[in-house]
Write a protein of this length. Sequence first.
Length: 225
Amino acid sequence: MLIAGSITQVTSAISTACQAADAAAILHTIIDAAPKPTKPQSHSELGYDDGTIAGGDIVLQNVNFTYATRPELKVLDDLTLCFPAGKTTAIVGPSGSGKSTIVAILQRWYEFNGHPETNQLVSNGHSCTRSANRSLTHQVYWLRNGLVSISGQELRSIDVKWWRNQIGFVQQDSTLFTTTIYENIEFGLIGTEWEHGDKATKDRMIREACVEAFADEFISRLPQV
């Protein structure tokens, strides 16, 4: 009986190891894949101008959203919302009402299929109709659809790296790396034009960020400043 019990335990461990090996094989296939050669596109080639795009209204039109893990629960139901440029807008609601989902949509963590026939963008009273992008599956369209635009241009047509660099996002649960306060704040410059700037410029920007965040007072009282 002891031998039989030991064999049973070994069998379970072997099964788990085989599953891990299969998962690792898939992961290594992705890691070892040769990168596709890409030519960096300028913003003019991408079809927009930095100033006009970043300074326009953000519009969500007839947006529906459902998480794949909870297909029976509709988080956003035919939501139409406009964030006017240059103004502060607050989204208020109970937990689970879709506040974080709206932010995730604006950051483009989820792509949309638009309308199956036409895409209509509305901003500042102007509208335009264009052919829909059918590259995403019907399953994606079923889970999330609608139109998200900024300055009248569809959000998914904008370079995602450039767009995310225009967004400052502070979560309610902050994560600090095991290093100095200075370096934690300096990480925020990664991906910006100041990432490789001189130390004097970084010092000034980091101090200004601390002042704007009302953190300079308690930082100056720390023993190792």
